[in-house]
Design a protein around this ligand. Structure first.
Ligand SMILES: [Zn+2]
Length: 158
């Protein structure tokens, strides 16, 4: 499981949060947003960790190198420090955190997937008979299995 920022705690369903790694300081941040939400989050089987001083120093150093330090909150720094401490990836939509992690060679993912995959599917459409099927990444046929005509890819809304 990965490290989750507060946006993930607020946006994701409980099942998806299960076993996620969070910074202890996030609970405080959550309480400011919603006491009920904080209580709910507290009841989930999350792994609460406070980063150690060595990794906090690494996080501050990385944020300073990327020019983001002054704009990051204490919780942000905790999350970056957890990336160093656990060598795990962080789910965050905060572009300053993303920038700091990228420049430090650490990995992150977006909380809200803006990726095309969620909304669109690729269809393979035959230029001959017009048959179409959903294109999977492991299936790169260029010919129609039905009539042998070339296929073309088309984006289709789910
Ligand atoms: Zn065909």
């Amino acid at each position: 499981m990965a490290i989750l920022d507060t946006a993930a705690l607020l946006a994701w369903p409980v099942e998806r949060l299960s076993k996620g790694i969070v910074a202890t300081s996030q609970l405080n941040e959550l309480e400011k947003v919603s006491v009920e939400k904080a209580m709910l989050i507290e009841s989930i089987d999350l792994v609460w960790i406070s980063p150690d001083e060595i990794n906090l120093a690494k996080a501050r150093n990385a944020a300073s190198n990327s020019g983001d330090l002054t704009k990051l909150s204490a919780v942000d720094i905790d999350l970056i420090a957890l990336c160093f401490q656990l060598n795990d990836e962080l789910f965050t939509d905060d572009y300053r955190i993303q920038n700091t992690l990228t420049k430090a060679g650490k990995s992150w993912k977006s909380v809200i997937q803006k990726g095309i995959d969620d909304v669109w599917v690729w269809m393979q459409i035959c230029t001959g008979c017009g048959k179409s099927k959903v294109s999977k990444s492991d299936n790169k046929d260029s010919m129609c299995s039905h009539c042998g005509s070339p296929l073309k890819l088309k984006k289709k809304k789910r």
